[in-house]
Design a protein around this ligand. Structure first.
Ligand SMILES: Cc1cn([C@H]2C[C@H](O)[C@@H](COP(=O)(O)OP(=O)(O)OP(=O)(O)O)O2)c(=O)[nH]c1=O
Length: 186
């Protein structure tokens, strides 16, 4: 099999691929992540995953590249990473007591072949008190995460139920990614 490269600076995505016992290296993409937020969330995550993977393929065209992108969507609004405490507070207030969708898009590219897909997981949050939100923001956990929470960390305490692949929420639908990757082996 060709060399595998994860086009991501996300420590969670690295850990997940390691969990799948794959050998890979990391090359972070430097693409602009601005996107038309009126597009449907599935299109947004696929477009960004593709942009990240293509950027790295330009520098490593003999390899197989995995790019991914995760966003949260609630009532037609897309939530990415918060830029400051105010945005994190607003996002957590929106999510409190409601269901939201987490979309992760994945692009797997080689010179010869492209696989592009997304997965969606529905997450239901307990009602959060102002105190809980303030303490959570003070932990620093929200700031590099779509929707301002991490299900794999303290954010787990907000989750009533999930429907779909847990790993889609963490940033990479692991089982499907590995199944799709196998179609690249000849
Ligand atoms: C909802 C949620 C998101 N996240 C993370 C996954 C992603 O790392 C991040 C969304 O940002 P992304 O832009 O998808 O990824 P990234 O900037 O971390 O890494 P790169 O672009 O280099 O691949 O939010 C969690 O870790 N846990 C969660 O519960």
């Amino acid at each position: 099999m060709k060399k595998l490269i994860l086009a991501s600076g996300s420590p969670r995505r690295k850990q997940l691929l390691e969990q799948g016992k794959l050998e890979f290296s990391i090359s972070t993409s430097t693409v602009d992540e601005n996107v038309d937020e009126t597009k449907p969330p599935n299109e947004v995550v696929e477009e960004l995953a593709m942009r990240k993977a293509k950027d790295v393929l330009l520098r490593h065209d003999d390899s197989i590249i995995i790019g991914a992108d995760t966003i949260v969507s609630i009532n037609g609004q897309i939530l990415g990473k918060p830029n400051n405490e105010t945005e994190a507070t607003e996002m957590l207030q929106l999510l409190s007591g409601n269901d939201h969708d987490v979309y992760t898009g994945v692009a797997i590219l080689s010179k010869m072949k492209t696989v592009l897909f997304h997965e969606k997981t529905v997450v239901s949050f307990w009602e959060l008190t102002n105190e809980e939100i303030i303490q959570y923001i003070a932990s620093g956990e929200p700031f590099d995460k779509a929707g301002s929470y991490g299900i794999q960390g303290l954010g787990a305490l907000f989750v009533k139920k999930i429907y779909g692949d847990y790993f889609t929420v963490v940033g990479l639908p692991l089982a499907r990614t590995i199944r799709e990757l196998k179609t690249f082996e000849v």
